[in-house]
Design a binder for this molecule. Structure first.
Ligand SMILES: Nc1ncnc2c1ncn2[C@@H]1O[C@H](COP(=O)(O)OP(=O)(O)OP(=O)(O)O)[C@@H](O)[C@H]1O
Ligand SMILES: [Mg+2]
Length: 321
């Protein structure tokens, strides 16, 4: 097992109170495997991803509990120096917002080169060549000249691809891609995802793929984790999740997207209501105010994640005793 996350909880001390952004999250990831993390905005996807690299700033954030084992080492116990070696060298993150993740006054070339110089101790000349190779790999046209440009001179899609190039620079064992294809047109989106999928097959790189797009997850993930209000509500192998979704939230997500095998007269069914205020969560199951199957018990008690078949876990009173 490459990555083993056990009962991870991350809280933020915000003005509106304690935000339990991630609560009791556990998952495993093997080499070459892809885990899709899906959920509405604010449900804790990015915070989960950042915690794997120990990038939650304290204050306001605190890892309130849990363990993260990567290649058998508990990351929460490592020194900052050891953690620096892991970041970039073994684990890389493709950030959600390339304009804020890229430094505005450093050229693209300098930023893509940096991990090679810091982690691989490459000399400048070979680092430049490797940088051009990486930019070409993510289809930046005229890479040899464009590496002298600044991020604002690139389009949104190109900036996103620069983030991917930086992530790949040191051949990490794990890539965490936070909405890596948002803002890309569909052909580039498919090309980039195919490219990352290729890495999982040839280099045995593991991939955590965070997205709102259930279509992308269906194509590229081996297992899927559905999050709601900081907790995992359902986790299953991808085919199983799409074939037989069990949690009413997962069922709602799948019913709200169009399907080719569906009658075109049939209307899409959005999930009623709004995602909850994370500083003031509903009692019991946080999904109960929006759930069509809610019972009095759902308002009082929080359902635990229970295994209903091999690798398929659900947190819902419909499946718990
Ligand atoms: N630095 C912070 N201070 C206070 N609260 C924070 C901080 N960072 C994140 N949060 C809170 O943690 C929760 C989870 O945020 P997160 O960024 O993980 O959401 P997300 O699932 O990635 O959403 P999106 O799909 O919009 O990217 C949110 O309620 C957010 O307000
Ligand atoms: Mg996010």
């Amino acid at each position: 097992m490459l990555l083993h996350v056990n009962q991870l909880s991350i809280h933020f001390h915000a003005r509106q109170g304690i935000v339990k952004a991630v609560e009791d999250v556990s998952f495993d990831l093997a080499e070459g495997e892809t885990l899709g993390i899906v959920g509405e905005s604010g449900c804790g996807k990015t915070v989960t991803a950042l915690s794997l690299l120990r990038l939650i700033s304290n204050p306001p954030g605190i890892i309130a509990g849990g363990e993260i084992f990567f290649q058998g080492r508990n990351l929460l116990k490592l020194s900052e120096k050891e953690m620096c070696d892991i970041r970039g060298n073994h684990m890389a993150m493709i950030f959600q917002e390339p304009m804020t993740a890229l430094h505005p006054v450093l050229t693209v070339g300098r930023q893509v080169r940096e991990p090679l110089i810091v982690h691989k101790k490459a000399v400048r000349k070979t680092a430049v060549q490797d940088c051009i190779r990486l930019l070409k790999r993510v289809r930046i046209p005229d890479a040899d000249t464009r590496l002298h440009d600044y991020p604002h001179q690139f389009s949104g899609g190109m900036r996103q691809r620069v983030m991917v190039a930086m992530g790949l620079a040191c051949n990490p064992k794990l890539i965490i891609a936070d909405e890596p294809t948002t803002g890309l047109d569909v052909t580039l989106q498919a090309e980039l995802l195919e490219f990352m999928k290729g890495l999982t097959q040839t280099e045995k790189t593991a991939l955590v793929l965070i997205t709102h797009d259930l279509g992308i997850v269906a194509c590229y993930a081996d297992q899927v984790m559905i999050m709601y209000a900081g907790r995992i509500v359902e986790k299953a192998p991808t085919l199983e999740l799409y074939r037989a979704p069990q949690h009413p939230y997962t069922q709602g997500l799948l019913a709200s997207i169009p399907r080719l095998d569906q009658d075109i007269q049939q209307k899409l069914r959005p999930i009623e209501g709004q995602p909850p205020d994370m500083a003031n969560l509903p009692s019991g199951c946080a999904f109960h105010p929006r759930c069509p199957h809610a019972k009095p018990r759902c308002m009082r008690e929080l359902p635990k994640l229970m295994q209903i078949s091999t690798g398929h876990d659900v947190a819902c009173w419909m499946h718990s005793r």
